[in-house]
Design a protein around this ligand. Sequence first.
Ligand code: KIV
Ligand code: ZN
Length: 560
Amino acid sequence: MQRGQITKYTAFTPIDLPDRQWPAKTITHPPIWASVDLRDGNQALSIPMTIDEKLEMFELLVSIGFKEIEVGFPSASDTEFNFIRRLVAEDRIPKDVTLQVLVQAREHLIRRTFESLQGVSQAIVHLYNSTSPVQRRITFNKSKDEIKAIAVEGTRLIKSLVSSIPETKIRLEYSPESFSDTEVDYALEVCEAVMAEWGPTEEEPIILNLPATVEVATPNVHADQIEWFCRHLKNRDQAIISLHTHNDRGTGIAATELGLLAGADRVEGTLFGNGERTGNLDLMTVALNLYTQGVDPLLDFSHLEHIRAVYERVTRMTVHERHPYAGDLVFTAFSGSHQDAIKKGMDARKLESGEQGRWEVPYLAIDPADIGRDYEAIIRINSQSGKGGVAYILNKDFGLDLPKAMHPEVGTVVNAAADQGSRELSAEEVFAVFQKEYVNLKSPLELFSIEREDFSKRGEVQVEAEVSFAGETMTVAGTGNGPISAFVDALQAKGWKDFNLLDYRQHSIGGGSKTKAAAYIQIQNEAGATFFGCGIDASIEMAGLQALVSAFNRAHSTSS
Ligand code: KIV
Ligand code: ZN
């Protein structure tokens, strides 16, 4: 890289549009969507899709709701040509779907393209030629007028061929390729010349697609280019202005969204942004961005995992783990404070609106359920996770409702386990750590069995318990107003009671014949330190006693 004064690159010259209107606008309705997965997306694959794979992708796109689908560049390869023929032969094109075909402004290619469309009921013929100064000078070595003439002659030929397939309703799309790098007034001049040749009307408008073939500037510049173009175009109501952004600077989505604010009507792109180099615009993200602003995108991504699976199979591409909406990790919070806030948000939503109200869950831009994803996967545990996440997992997956005061302690223990393994813990592993540290502990004190006698008149309970302490088995006995206080009394009689009971609570887990009880006890030792223990047992009484023994053992194992 050059250092200091960079002479190899220069800043893009901004558009002169001091009274730009787009910054004050909002997007209130969806654009016309056009998928170019089967063309721009396909041509960027190291192994292009087979015809069968293209069919699968076509059907996927139809099921999502795309009504305009660029199916290929039929004059460029037999596969592309035969794919269209197969769609026709097998009657696979729904009535409300328009096929789009790309073609360069060259006579033999245009003629071949028309051959591919025999029997199609409606089609968009997408004509393009490059207009930028670099392309004019280096690739084509042609003047502005010569480049404009290519576009106009191509349009004239297409117009003349329309009557050769009378059963097909043809619309024209024209792209001044590399628009992003073309002088706006020259792009306008070429597009107006194409319009004059084609003769669109308000009822049958032309599509003018203004591609950011290569991103060359910040997205606001793209928006200025689009607004400038829309404001200067003669007969604006006879044209649909279409966007086609690529992603060289990583701002394809932003450029499209600002381009829509700037007046565009239509958007071309691909699923998950597949496409040349850094990709085309990701249509799924733009559509779901609209959705999360309260605008129905009129595309259905409610089974996003299925869409992604088909996409990955037929393109042999993978969706990045952090890809908006679709990545494996985008509904996962590792950070403790995030987990806490998400749990609170989910709980509040359930309580306040029975999950029917407005989506207001911290850290989650969309309800995962809207796109067929799970709450289950939201909270995952690693060394950065906190008390809320661990308590959430134990509650959601194992039915344990830990006392609030226990959350920080358990969180720390589980985080330490994750830290030790330097990895994420599964829900089962979280439970295993909890069990090992807190549940039904047996050393140094183990409770084998207990017998109780009730003296209800005196409000007293007497217990006799079989225990072992530090390996020695014995019987202990005590009295209290319940089995737990009686057992504490028995420990006192042995001189082992060096704690106070602070808290006790219990609940049932599950239902029917498999119902169990969970109990939690907090004790405080003479030094003031507190310890929790948990008991899980089929008997509620035994669960409470096991919780006490576990707390006792934790106090003793820590102090020994
Ligand atoms: O990126 C581009 O400019 C294109 C055109 C053919 C529309 O794909
Ligand atoms: Zn493109």
